[in-house]
Structure formats: C-alpha cells, structure tokens
Design a protein around this ligand. Structure first.
Ligand code: SF4
Ligand code: SF4
Length: 98
C-alpha cells in the first residue's frame, strides 16, 4: 500500500498551500526576533516558488503572497534553515546591523 500522502495530496503549489504555516492562536504569540543575529533575505528574481523554505521554517515565519514568499521578521529567529534548504540559492543570510 502506498503512503497516503502520495495518492491523496495534490501537487504543492502556491494555490494549494495555506497562506502560512502558523495557526491562529498558535505557539508564537509574542514577537521573538530581538535576539536574531542574522536575517534571511529572499531574492524574488531567483525564487521559483517551490515553497521548501515555507515548509521547513520551524517558526512559520515565511508566508506567501501574490505568488511570492516573504519573511515575517517579527517572528524570524535567524536560524538559517530556509537558506540551507533553498536549492536555488535564493536566500542569503545577512548579519544584522550591517
Ligand atoms: S526555497 Fe528558495 S526557491 Fe523555494 S520558495 Fe523558498 S526562496 Fe523560493
Ligand atoms: S531564518 Fe529560520 S526562522 Fe527565519 S525564516 Fe528562515 S527558517 Fe524561518
């Protein structure tokens, strides 16, 4: 028997995904970006919209809008996972206060 997800979940794209991975009244209820030392910068030209960064961000800090992805810097902790997971080198990590 094939895994359920292979048969029943539609192909991921901007239209089939929810707007972001956080839920109303979810686990991040207060801003937590104060201790971030590096911040992700998304290159919207290089971005293909594959949504891997959106799926892997542990804090649901990446959201999609009008076919593009953006970072909610109020909740991004600067872990860099999105940058590591992006196969298109669309996200660079920049030191804060530069
Ligand atoms: S992983 Fe990279 S290419 Fe994919 S949506 Fe995120 S920034 Fe864009
Ligand atoms: S740096 Fe970490 S917390 Fe910030 S958007 Fe990327 S994966 Fe999410």
């Amino acid at each position: 028997m094939k895994p359920y997800i292979r048969d029943n979940v539609p192909i991921w794209n901007m239209e089939t995904c929810p707007k972001n991975t956080s839920y109303e009244a979810g686990f991040l209820v207060s801003k937590n970006s104060g201790w971030r030392e590096i911040r992700p910068i998304i290159d919207s030209i290089k971005c293909t919209g594959c949504l891997q960064c959106y799926l892997y961000c542990p804090d649901g800090a990446i959201y999609r809008e009008n076919g593009k992805v953006f970072v909610d810097y109020d909740f991004c902790k600067g872990c860099g996972i999105c940058s590591k997971i992006c196969k298109h080198d669309s996200i660079i990590m920049k030191v804060e206060r530069q």
